[in-house]
Design a protein around this ligand. Structure first.
Ligand code: XLS
Ligand code: NI
Ligand code: NI
Length: 439
């Protein structure tokens, strides 16, 4: 192992009593929970962009980050150093996967040709490095939002030349994801949305977006890429209104255009909350539609109205998220990608480790609590009983499609008294607390 992050050893599991902030208290890769190793439940991934690219800049000030690669000025040398940093970081923190945008791993050149050549050079290096590492690629994606050419979007741009450029970019990014054994390919609609309807042909933009996604499906078949396609919903930011608003909107969109057999969802906690949902809500919507593919693990700040992408520390959210994941039988090709960045004030490289350690521990604890919740079964049983009126009598007739409005009117006229039962929210919250405290 090269020593990019000097002074930081491989993070170990020390268990509950440990006071070492660079050790896991709950995340124990080999420990079995509900019959499966924690590492296989969680499939953690490190996000290249937040970990190796982000500088901590905000609209009011330049970056504050201090990184081991700061003295490298040549852009390609810098890109190579970050490849080394990525593998060392994943190995030290114990994350089995990483994720990247094309533009995270190699800098853009003056022409698309030059850019692709640079990408190839870095991908060769990553491929080489993968041979001596167990670290794998969870997913690849395209950054079709950062460059000024994407000012009005990529596949939803009013400019067909931009659509073509984005298509070329996705083609290349899919090829490299395929080459590196990526298990998924993500579409996050960076600027696929609008600022004002005064200048927007919404119908054409949505049709074009669907055309773009279907071209990707065709090309995957052509090159034999079997990875899962994922769409990552987000309601706003950077555009005022993003087309992939939330899980329900994306599912409706995919079904409208017949794309639902080819795509699943990558649910990000902070995007769900930006859409005024809970993280669990969007996971539930994806799960009950059979479309939960992968997760971007982070959390927002309830006081701030933007995508703060903080490392997850909220045990309630991770417990309820893990409940959804366990209930669907686990993620298959997906994983938990830390789409999380350290705060601007946490500018040292060590902070990257502190962030991942707390995030991994928070999900590990959530996993244990959720497993307990399912094993104990009191909450599931309560929900089952709450709907028991549909198991017999008129309820069963409704579910079986045996009655219509006329029959129901007759029933209601004869049924003199309706009796409801308490929803018992506080009691259930108390039970949930006990799973978190006792797991
Ligand atoms: C931004 C998104 C982005 C995607 C990948 O808000 O979360 O980071 O995950 O393009
Ligand atoms: Ni985000
Ligand atoms: Ni994300």
């Amino acid at each position: 192992m090269a020593d990019v992050f000097k002074g930081i050893e491989k993070i170990k599991f020390e268990g509950k009593g440990s006071d070492n902030p660079l050790a896991f208290k709950y995340y124990n890769a080999d420990e079995l929970v509900a019959g499966k190793r924690m590492e296989d439940h969680l499939r953690f991934a490190v996000a290249y962009w937040h970990t190796f690219q982000a500088r901590g800049n905000d609209p009011f000030g330049v970056g504050t980050a201090i990184r081991p690669w700061d003295n490298i000025s040549d852009q390609m040398e810098l890109a190579k150093a970050k490849v080394e940093a990525n593998f060392e970081f994943c190995e030290k923190v114990g994350a089995p996967f990483f994720c990247f945008h094309d533009r995270d791993i190699a800098p853009e050149g003056d022409t698309l040709k030059e850019t692709n050549k640079r990408l190839d050079e870095i991908v060769n290096l990553i491929e080489q490095r993968m041979k001596s590492s167990t670290v794998k690629l969870l997913w690849g994606t395209t950054n079709a939002f950062g460059h000024p050419r994407f000012v009005h979007g990529a596949s939803t741009s009013p400019n067909a030349d931009v659509f073509a450029f984005a298509a070329a970019q996705v083609k290349k990014a899919m090829e490299i994801t395929h080459r590196l054994g990526g298990e998924n390919y993500v579409f996050w609609g960076g600027r696929e949305g609008y600022e004002t309807l005064l200048n927007t042909n919404m119908k054409l933009e949505l049709d074009n977006f669907a055309r773009f996604l279907s071209m990707a499906v065709d090309y995957a078949k052509e090159i034999g890429f079997k990875g899962q396609f994922l769409i990552e919903p987000k309601p706003k930011e950077p555009t005022k209104h993003q087309y992939d608003f939330d899980a329900a909107t994306v599912i409706g969109f995919l079904k409208t255009y017949g794309l639902d057999p080819y795509y699943k969802l990558n649910i990000e906690a902070n995007h769900a909350t930006l859409a005024a949902h809970t993280f669990q809500h969007d996971l539930r919507v994806a799960r009950i539609n059979g479309m939960l593919g992968s997760i971007d693990a982070n959390q927002g700040d309830p006081i701030l109205g933007w995508d703060t992408d903080q490392f997850p520390t909220n045990l309630y959210d991770t417990t309820l998220a893990m409940y959804e994941v366990l209930k669907m039988g686990g993620l298959t090709t997906g994983g938990f990608n830390f789409d999380s960045k350290v705060r601007r004030g946490s500018f040292e490289a060590a902070d990257l480790f502190y962030g991942h350690v707390v995030g991994m521990d928070t999900f590990a604890k959530g996993l244990k609590a959720a497993a307990k919740m399912i094993e104990d079964g009191r909450i599931d049983k309560f929900v089952e009983e709450r709907y028991s009126s549909y198991n017999s009598g008129i309820g069963k007739d409704i579910v079986d499609g045996k009655v219509g409005l006329k029959e129901l009117e007759k029933y209601a006229l004869e049924n003199s008294e309706i009796v409801n039962t308490s929803g018992r929210q506080e009691m259930l919250e108390n039970i949930l607390n006990s799973y978190i405290l006792e797991s």
